[in-house]
Design a binder for this molecule. Structure first.
Ligand SMILES: Nc1ncnc2c1ncn2[C@@H]1O[C@H](COP(=O)(O)OP(=O)(O)OP(=O)(O)O)[C@@H](O)[C@H]1O
Ligand SMILES: [Mg+2]
Length: 434
């Protein structure tokens, strides 16, 4: 059993408040609100964690409350932390010992100063300039060295090398291509974010920098940090992965039989857009706000289909809440939308977007969970889950399709990709639906 204090940045505050204490147990974990926090009328951390004297419990295997999960790292940050501590790091260690730059407004563990070190872009570039020239700047070792020598790593999720940088009171995530990646990946991602915005999607603001000659990185403006006096206020964030408690979902052996007979498993449903739309009801409240968010989600699915982004997994979607009002959550700005260089014959989203149930006229039809990303008819059929009328959805889809198919090359070039490199994406960005 292990305990950790839980800190929260209340809306508009650059300093944290102690919200309560978390106790991790193998089967049932607990959280209780701090007396002072309750007495001062602190808001609930999540819709299903109302402020009260009683202890909140969560069951599972080493269960962690969803609202706490995104404050810690996944692959990249975890690996850096294990190297730094020179030992294996548990899930709770990762949440309590890593840098306090995770997504959202919650930090677990003691708030020691080294967890808060954020570099300025200038300082980062100066460190790069001081590194021995013989190092190949593209190599993985080089990047790890840079990041470990100047910083403690990051608690931001994602598999790619990244860190938080600061410039003129704005915090950014700097993302670096890995070995084997297209060196112009930052330009590609920037172009896709801009294209998404022009397709009516609320996508992150970003820019490309050149930290070392001919080596590029993408700076994505953080949507969960805002300058407040001399510090930063933080906004609540929870990923779709955490919302669905996917840390607890594992395929079971018997699921293979289900896959063969039914074509999908419970875990596939749990990680689907359809399930996310259901969870959003709880987080976003009902009514118009919920509907607007569902419609935005459908446009993101369509956009991911158009650019053949098949890496649209549940950690690449999330909900944000400025006010900490339990039912005022909404989709965070879209991020990590990247076109692939090649597409499979039947490219498939990482999350299924259509749950097709037999209707009366099709009694013998099977229930289907659909993730095929290149089919306009199925994307339109999916509108039943996402608050669009069919005719309206058709015109939105046509407009988005026209923009992506007609302008993708222009966007790549204006994001800084050399014209001769753009051809690599003709097979995905230039292809129409089947
Ligand atoms: N603009 C942003 N502001 C705040 N947090 C963000 C922002 N963009 C991404 N994040 C958080 O950082 C994590 C990593 O970012 P991102 O998905 O872009 O990296 P990645 O390494 O490419 O991920 P993947 O492993 O999916 O390839 C996200 O899962 C999300 O939690
Ligand atoms: Mg990602």
């Amino acid at each position: 059993m292990s305990d950790a204090p839980v800190h929260v940045w209340l809306p508009g505050q650059a300093v944290s408040s102690l919200a309560g204490a978390f106790t991790l147990d193998a089967r049932v974990s607990r959280f209780h609100y701090d007396d002072g926090y309750r007495e001062q009328g602190g808001p609930s951390l999540a819709p299903d964690m109302p402020v009260s004297k009683s202890t909140h419990k969560i069951a599972g295997r080493d269960p962690i409350f969803p609202i706490m999960l995104d404050s810690g790292p996944d692959d990249w940050g975890h690996m850096l932390l294990e190297r730094r501590l020179e030992r294996e790091v548990s899930r709770l260690d990762a949440l309590t010992l890593g840098p306090a730059d995770g997504a959202g407004n919650i930090v677990l563990g003691h708030l020691t100063p080294e967890r808060f070190e954020t570099m300025s872009i200038e300082a980062f570039q100066a460190v790069l300039a001081d590194l021995p020239e013989a190092q190949d700047p593209a190599s993985q070792r080089h990047r790890e060295r840079v990041m470990q020598s100047v910083f403690q790593g990051t608690s931001l999720g994602g598999a790619k090398p990244k860190l938080t940088l600061e410039r003129n009171g704005v915090q950014y995530i700097a993302k670096f291509p890995e070995r084997g990646d297209d060196p112009f990946l930052p330009q590609l991602e920037l172009a896709m974010l801009r294209l998404a915005r022009d397709c009516g999607i609320d996508a992150c603001e970003a820019e490309v920098i050149e930290p070392a000659p001919h080596r590029y990185a993408l700076l994505v403006k953080r949507f969960d940090r805002h300058a407040q006096g001399t510090g930063f206020a933080r906004t609540g964030y929870v990923s779709a992965w955490s919302v669905a408690r996917l840390d607890q979902h594992q395929e079971k052996r018997e699921d293979q039989a289900l896959l063969a007979t039914r074509g999908f498993t419970p875990a596939m449903y749990a990680r689907s857009y359809v399930a996310l739309a259901g969870h959003m009801m709880r987080w976003c409240g009902g009514g118009e706000r919920y509907r607007a968010n569902l419609r935005e989600l459908w446009r993101r699915i369509v956009f991911n289909s158009l650019i053949r982004n098949t890496d649209d997994h549940p950690r690449n979607h999330g909900l944000l809440c400025d006010s900490m009002d339990p039912h005022q959550w909404g989709l965070s700005p879209a991020f990590d939308m990247v076109a692939q260089r090649s597409a499979g014959i039947v490219p498939s989203h990482a999350m299924a977007y259509l749950f097709d149930e037999p209707t009366r006229g099709r009694k013998h039809a099977q229930r289907r969970l659909v993730s095929a990303s290149s089919r306009a008819d199925l994307l339109l059929a999916a509108t039943l889950h996402y608050g669009y009328e069919r005719h309206e959805a058709e015109s939105v889809l046509d407009e988005m399709r026209g923009l992506v198919r007609g302008k993708w090359r222009e966007y790549l070039i204006s994001a800084g990709m050399p014209a001769e490199e753009t051809d690599r994406y003709a097979k995905t960005l230039g292809l129409d639906f089947d």
